[in-house]
Design a protein around this ligand. Structure first.
Ligand code: LLP
Length: 416
């Protein structure tokens, strides 16, 4: 529990006020953190938010307010962007995918939404229906990188991106599509070795296409320090490396090139807290299980990738706790499934963490959960979705209310 201050984005008093008003469990996002993260990337010509990380329309609205554009990967995400005020007939929204379903196709054509194409099939589908459509090519450079195998989007084990650039170009010509940009997202998690490799691959692709375009996109994947000692990514250096590539491409193609970046996690992860309540403390042989009222239906990252989230304790009624008297505890949820444990590694091995002596009714807070937290949650075990609260300039705004059980059941009619 060292360095707890470093991770404090909202003070305990405010969190307790929020709990009092909206009850636990709930998500809290801190507006100031999101704004701060956006401003860190302002050197890029375009910041495009990968909304899959946190797609609440109010979060999208914050992005819009600060000039951030948006990426959409489904019809639902396009509709969310439109609701937040992003416009069609512009590059406000870009649709990125390896497939395009009928209804989505209709929408992107009618709103002239540029498409970032990840497969040869998609070129044909769009080409047949929408001449001169603005497109990007998402290229798989043959290698990738991710914090987990499941988030590596490059190389031959990844279903993403175009391998055969020559064939893509042939088809783009055949169908009269308007290629405006090249995109490379090799996965979630950045390291400088791979970054230089990606930049080289981008230059190579530009030389291969040898055609005037307007944009290149570095994709997303910027990491954030989840663990206390994790290093922050050096944005200056990241920009410098990409900007160098942009200049080379611009010189080769003899046209100005704009540089985009497409982060999800970097913009929102650190703004988010998942607040849960301790419902039971179970002693099993020499182990202590602390069970809270959220499960992997809310936060799936530890179960899916073995992801680490910093955990802090907020005592009920702000009572004093002895921070020196620690216990070793495994933190689990309410789901009827053994794997519903937040303290587990990628190999599914569970581990204990040291926490102060807690009581039933105290709160456990999962930090850095603003990205791929709420957006990946589900109704598993028939548990309704929980509220999302935005903390903005001391104001407490409910940006999604708690789902009711009635709402959850409303899609099903008793027909038998
Ligand atoms: N652009 C594209 C085309 C992507 O596929 C993604 C993420 C991003 C941008 C944003 O990546 P980010 O900057 O957030 O790392 N659920 C996983 C992450 C999966 C990311 C999928 N694509 C997690 O919780 O870590």
């Amino acid at each position: 529990m060292k360095n707890i201050k470093k991770k404090k984005i909202i003070n305990s008093k405010n969190i307790l006020t929020i709990i009092e008003k909206y009850k636990s469990p709930l998500w809290i996002y801190n507006f100031k953190t999101i704004k701060k993260q956006i401003l860190k990337l302002k050197k890029f010509d375009t910041i495009r938010f990968a909304q899959k990380a946190c797609s609440n329309i109010n979060i999208l609205k914050i992005m819009k307010k600060y000039g951030v554009k948006v990426d959409a990967v489904s019809l639902g995400e396009i509709e969310r962007a439109l609701r937040a005020g992003f416009k069609g007939n512009s590059d406000d929204i870009i649709y990125t995918s390896d497939i395009i379903e009928k209804n989505t196709l209709k929408k992107v054509i009618s709103l002239k939404i540029p498409i970032n194409i990840g497969s040869i099939d998609m070129i044909k589908t769009i080409g047949k229906k929408s001449k001169n459509h603005l497109i990007w090519l998402r290229i798989n450079p043959g290698f990738g990188y991710g914090h987990s195998k499941k988030t590596n989007t490059g190389g031959k084990n990844s279903k993403h991106g175009i391998w055969n650039v020559k064939l893509a170009l042939k088809l783009i010509k055949k169908y009269n599509l308007n290629l405006i940009g090249l995109h490379m997202h090799i996965g979630s998690g950045v390291d400088y070795i791979n970054l230089k490799k990606v930049c080289k691959a981008m230059i190579k692709s530009a030389i291969l296409i040898n055609k005037k375009i307007s944009f290149i996109s570095a994709g997303g994947g910027l990491t954030i320090p989840y663990k206390i000692h994790d290093k922050k990514i050096n944005i200056k250096n990241y920009y410098k490396i990409w900007n160098k590539s942009r200049k080379k491409i611009s010189k080769f193609l003899k046209c100005p090139i704009k540089l985009e970046i497409e982060p999800g996690r970097f913009l929102v992860a650190q703004s988010g807290l998942l607040v849960s309540k301790i419902e039971s403390i179970k002693k099993v042989k020499n182990r202590i299980f602390v069970l809270v009222n959220v499960g992997f239906n809310e936060l799936i990252r530890p179960v899916l990738y073995g992801s680490y989230h910093y955990i802090s304790i907020l005592p009920k009624n702000n009572r004093k706790i002895n921070k020196k008297k620690l216990i070793k505890a495994i933190i689990g949820g309410p789901l009827c499934e053994s794997g519903d444990i937040f303290t587990q590694k990628e190999n599914q091995k569970i581990y204990s963490i040291k926490i102060p002596k807690v009581k039933k009714g105290d709160y456990i807070i999962f930090h850095d959960t603003g990205a791929y937290g709420s957006s990946m949650s589900s109704n598993y075990n028939s548990r309704p979705l929980i509220p999302e609260i935005l903390f903005k300039k001391k104001k407490i705004l409910q940006i999604r209310r708690r789902q009711t059980i009635k709402e959850m059941l409303s899609l099903e009619d008793l027909i038998l």
